[in-house]
Write a protein that binds this ligand. Structure first.
Ligand code: T5A
Length: 211
C-alpha cells in the first residue's frame, strides 16, 4: 500500500488575546470541510507529557523559574508534543493546526525574558530535529487590546501578569519574525472583527497551501 502524502504543519502565533485559539478552531473546521484530516493542538501542551509540563509553566508564581530553565521546560514540552503527536500525525497525512509553537519561545523567552538566542537555537536543534512549520499565521494586535481581551475572561496566567512592557517586546519579536521569514509567515491584522480575521487567514492559507 502506498504511503499517504505528508500532512501540512500550520502554526498560529501572536501575543495574548490575539485570537489564536478561536481562529485555530475555525481554521481546523475549514480544513475538515475540505475533506482533509486535521489535528488541532496547542502549546505548551498537546500530548500527555507536555500537558504535565504546561502545569509547571503556567500554574506557578511569576518568578518561579530561572529564565533558561523555563526555556528548557518549553522545549521539553515541545519535544514530547512533536514526538508523541505532531510527527506521527504529519506522517499519517494529517494536517496539524497548532496554537503556538517555537516562535512563541523566541518571542517570550528570548525577547521578553532575555534568554540568549544561542540557547534557543541549540534547544531547537535538539528538540525539533529540523521540523519547521509549513505556514505560520502571525496574528498582530496592539498589546493593550490583547491583554484586555485575555483578562476579560478572568483567568490570568503567569505570562499575562508580566505587564504591558514585557508584552510590547513580545509583539516586536513576532513582527520581526514575520518580516524576516516572509516565505513561512503571513502577518494578519487581528484587530479586525473576528470574521474578517478568519477571512484573512483563509486567504493566506489558500494562497500558500492550495488544496
Ligand atoms: N508561552 C507559550 C511562552 O512563554 N513560551 C512558549 O514557548 C509558549 C508555547 C500560554 C502562555 O504560555 C506562553 C504564552 C502564553 O502566555 P495560554 O493560556 O495557552 O497560555 O494563552 P494564549 O496562548 O496566550 O491564549 P489566549 O487564550 O490568551 O489568547 P488567544 O488564543 O490568542 O485568544 P482567544 O482566541 O482565546 O481570544 C481571546 C478573547 O478574545 C475574543 C475571544 O472571543 C476571547 O474572548 N476574540 C475577539 N474579540 C474581538 N475581535 C476579534 N477579532 C476576536 N478574536 C478573539
Amino acid at each position: 500500500m502506498s504511503r499517504p502524502a505528508r500532512g501540512r504543519f500550520i502554526t498560529l502565533e501572536g501575543g495574548e488575546g490575539a485570537g489564536k485559539s478561536t481562529q485555530a478552531r475555525l481554521l481546523a473546521a475549514a480544513l475538515a470541510a475540505r475533506g482533509l484530516p486535521v489535528l488541532r493542538t496547542r502549546e505548551p501542551g498537546g500530548s500527555p507529557g507536555a500537558e504535565a509540563i504546561r502545569g509547571l509553566l503556567l500554574g506557578q508564581a511569576v518568578a518561579r523559574w530561572d529564565s533558561v530553565a523555563e526555556c528548557m521546560l518549553h522545549f521539553a514540552a515541545r519535544r514530547e508534543h512533536v514526538q508523541a503527536s505532531i510527527r506521527p500525525a504529519l506522517e499519517a497525512g494529517i494536517w496539524v493546526v497548532c496554537d503556538r509553537f517555537a516562535d512563541s519561545t523566541y518571542a517570550y523567552q528570548c525577547h521578553g525574558q532575555g534568554v540568549p538566542r544561542a540557547v534557543f537555537q541549540a534547544l531547537s536543534e535538539v528538540a525539533l530535529e529540523g521540523l519547521r512549520p509549513d505556514l505560520t499565521l502571525v496574528l498582530d494586535l496592539p498589546v493593550e487590546r490583547g491583554l484586555g481581551r485575555a483578562t476579560a475572561r478572568g483567568d490570568t496566567n503567569r505570562y499575562e501578569a508580566l505587564g504591558a512592557g514585557f508584552h510590547a517586546k513580545v509583539r516586536e519579536a513576532f513582527l520581526a519574525i514575520a518580516a524576516a521569514e516572509p516565505e513561512r509567515c503571513a502577518l494578519v491584522d487581528a484587530s479586525q472583527p473576528l470574521e474578517a480575521v478568519t477571512a484573512a487567514l483563509l486567504r493566506a492559507l489558500n494562497a500558500r497551501l492550495p488544496a
